[in-house]
Design a protein around this ligand. Structure first.
Ligand code: NAD
Length: 521
């Protein structure tokens, strides 16, 4: 009920697109504390990926609306940045509780628009909730530094202060977690926030905004616009916006990093991945195979930390048939169906791309050990389903290895030694995540020290750090110098003011002007 109230059921006349029944709800903008209908002439359909039925429509916000949103952020900044830190903390304490109370509804919206299974959608909300909870520690996180008596009667101390209006641009694959990496951390630091959710899954962000308003957020502190390139360019160019947090593909992320940086903004850009799971022959076989299957095919492989590549080292090659058998056992179904393990892909285009990359592997000489194309899901014949797929005998030059597939496809390479596996991983352009499966501590240590990847799991397939740490993808998976959440997130959303003061108890008057550089000795 709460979610639907954010949508208007009035369907404005379509320009150059198909006609809609008036029952299709529209996604609103959130401007200056109000959920408002857009005057846009261009709208995009949002489909349920399990059926391809249109579930709502999202506007491409007009320039005037985007301007209104950023102006609202600018006005609100004057008071929000001066709000006491305890007031901000209290709002986020209430917020995290409201997210907990609405987790089922948030998950339902995610499954409706994004397709992932309900259980996985709850995990999506939960990992975002942890960031909102972490934001409540702001009273410790924003502490400055002091050094007394740097010279006689002189002390230096620093404040951490907000930077102004910040903006977030989010991808489709984690409709709750990734927006929650962004605006709670930015806002609890005293910044105001302009959010642009993925135009493919905006519903969850709208409900998250409503909950934050219910938690006591002042009007204008958070604004939400919708759209694609024009909205992104607006964010990159508007002078009031001081920092941009982006998560998504390399194509968009590199563009936004360059355009935003050229305009003098801070930009952190989390991008694509090709994550390797290295399987040593001494690993716990049962555990490793289950972990690999879950991390390759969970969320239909649409996770930036999915283990999309396995490297079987030495005798671990022999485990391949069992890996295939376990993968076959996963149930492909609509995300809201009981027992579903693998939901649909986000769109027919995504499905066609994944199928094209599977075929490219076959054409280039790899072996298709499990083929998830043409999977039949009873009752959901129009959905974007691809079943678990495993491609063996893959070599580093093949397209199915060089490109991020972002689907339920595991490509398998083989290596004779740990050194060979490390060099394969290090030669890959991406550096988001990796995992090693072994029972040998020395092997694990060698791997974690020698591999050039930002996030490493030892017998942990998806090592996404909790929010007291930071999300630290590297190489081609990241542009910028401070990462999302954790200490680095606070650094990204704050600037430092340093005060050096001298208070002399007596002899307060200097005798003559000193024109040399003060050495403070
Ligand atoms: P995407 O790049 O298509 O979209 C992300 C955002 O950028 C959207 O809000 C979209 O409107 C905008 N956008 C899209 N194309 C653009 C363009 N050409 N110019 C300017 N803006 C553009 O990404 P997606 O398909 O929504 O998400 C999947 C990608 O995100 C995958 O590559 C995945 O690995 C990556 N991802 C990375 C992380 C991470 O933390 N490294 C996390 C999640 C997803």
């Amino acid at each position: 009920i709460l979610a639907r109230s954010l949508w208007s059921k009035k369907a404005p006349l379509q320009m150059g697109r198909m006609c809609y029944s008036s029952s299709v709800p529209t996604t609103k903008l959130f401007i200056d504390g109000k959920f408002v209908e857009s005057n846009a002439s261009e709208w995009l359909d949002i489909h349920n990926p399990a059926t391809n039925e249109v579930v709502s429509r999202v506007p491409k916000a007009t320039y005037t609306e985007m301007l209104a949103a950023v102006d609202s952020c600018s006005r609100a900044y004057a008071s929000w940045s001066e709000t006491s830190i305890l007031t901000r903390q209290q709002i986020f304490l209430r917020y995290q509780q409201l997210i907990k109370e609405n987790i089922k509804e948030l998950a339902r919206l995610i499954t409706l628009e994004q397709g992932k299974t309900l259980a996985d959608a709850e995990g999506d909300v939960f990992r975002g909730l942890q960031v909102a909870e972490h934001a409540c520690s702001i009273t410790s996180l924003m502490l400055g530094e002091t050094l007394p008596s740097i010279t006689k009667d002189m002390d230096t101390y620093t404040y951490r202060l907000p930077i102004g209006v910040c903006a977030g641009i989010a991808p489709f694959n984690f409709p709750a977690m990734i927006p929650l990496w962004m605006f709670p951390m930015g806002m609890v630091c005293g910044n105001t926030y302009l959010m642009k959710p993925s135009e493919r899954v905006p519903g969850c962000t709208m409900l998250l905004a409503k909950l934050l308003q219910d938690a006591g957020l002042p009007d204008g502190t958070l604004n939400i616009i919708h759209g694609q390139h024009a909205a992104v360019n607006f964010i990159c160019d508007h002078p009031a916006i001081k920092a941009i947090s982006f998560v998504g593909s390399n194509q968009a992320g590199e563009y936004i990093y360059e355009r935003g940086s050229k305009n003098g903004k801070r930009v952190q850009s989390n991008m694509g991945a090709k994550n390797h799971g290295v399987v040593m022959p001494d690993a716990n076989k049962e555990n490793t195979l289950n972990q690999l299957v879950g991390a390759a095919f969970g969320a239909a492989g649409q996770r930036c930390m999915a283990l999309s590549t396995a490297i079987l080292v030495g005798e671990a090659r022999d485990w391949l048939p069992e890996l295939v058998e376990r993968s076959k056992a996963l149930r492909v179904n609509a995300g809201d169906q009981p027992g579903a393990d693998v939901g649909p892909l986000i769109s027919p285009e995504a499905r066609a791309r994944v199928e094209m990359l599977i075929q490219s592997g076959v054409d280039e000489g790899a072996t298709l050990l499990l083929d998830g194309r043409n999977v039949h899901v009873k009752g959901y014949e129009n959905g974007n389903f691809v079943g678990p797929t495993i491609i063996g005998n893959v070599t580093p030059a093949m397209k199915c290895y060089t490109e991020e597939i972002f689907g339920p496809v595991l490509v398998v390479l083989e290596a004779d030694t740990l050194d060979d596996a490390i060099s394969l991983v290090n030669n890959n352009q991406y550096g988001n995540g990796t995992a090693i499966f072994t029972t040998n501590g020395a092997t694990a240590r060698k791997y974690t020290h020698e591999v050039d990847v930002g996030q490493i799991g030892v017998n942990v397939p998806i090592p996404v750090p909790l929010p007291m740490f930071s999300f630290t993808g590297s190489k081609g998976s990241f542009r910028g110098d401070t990462n999302f959440y954790g200490k680095q997130g606070i650094q990204f959303y704050t600037q430092i003011k340093t005060v050096t003061s001298q208070w002399k108890a007596e002899d307060a008057t200097t005798k003559a002007a000193a024109v040399t550089m003060p050495t403070m000795r």
